[in-house]
Design a protein around this ligand. Structure first.
Ligand SMILES: [Zn+2]
Length: 146
């Protein structure tokens, strides 16, 4: 049974929504896509959809990125929130999305992208990854704190 669906999001573009009440801890799906180096990913992002602001990137522990736009599944539509209700778990090279709180039917699913970038954080870079999640604790960026 499908537990999630992709539709238009009030936060940004499209999003992933719960089709049923999901318990905390539920494993929802894998985040699929092609593996890119951070440099490759940044180049692809600046070229393709920089105005759109929607990233399909998921950062791996080793600094590489999963590009959900290439070979990805519906997980690529997960929007970022600084107060997420889902988190990503990395198992080797694979990433799985798990609910970290009970999620009510119809609610949008969010993860904290915590994107990491190499080099200096320029103003342009910060603008590119600005966060609009509207959470109380929003840190204003989809980049990680570090
Ligand atoms: Zn935010």
């Amino acid at each position: 049974m499908r537990r999630t669906i992709v539709r238009n999001s009030p936060v940004h573009g499209r999003g992933v929504f719960a089709l049923a009440d999901l318990p905390a801890g539920a494993m929802l799906f894998e985040y699929k896509g092609q593996r890119l180096s951070w440099k490759e990913a940044q180049r692809a992002y600046e070229k393709s959809n920089a105005e759109d602001g929607h990233t399909f990137f998921f950062g791996l522990d080793d600094g590489r990125v999963i590009d959900g736009a290439r070979g990805g599944n519906s997980a690529r539509w997960l929007n970022h929130s600084c107060a997420p209700n889902c988190e990503a778990e990395q198992e080797g090279e694979r990433v799985f999305i798990r609910a970290i709180r009970p999620i009510g039917k119809g609610q949008e699913l969010f993860i904290d992208y915590q994107l990491t970038v190499e080099g200096r954080r320029t103003a342009a870079l910060k603008r590119l990854y600005a966060c609009r999640c509207q959470a109380k604790q929003c840190r204003g960026t989809m980049l990680s704190d570090g």
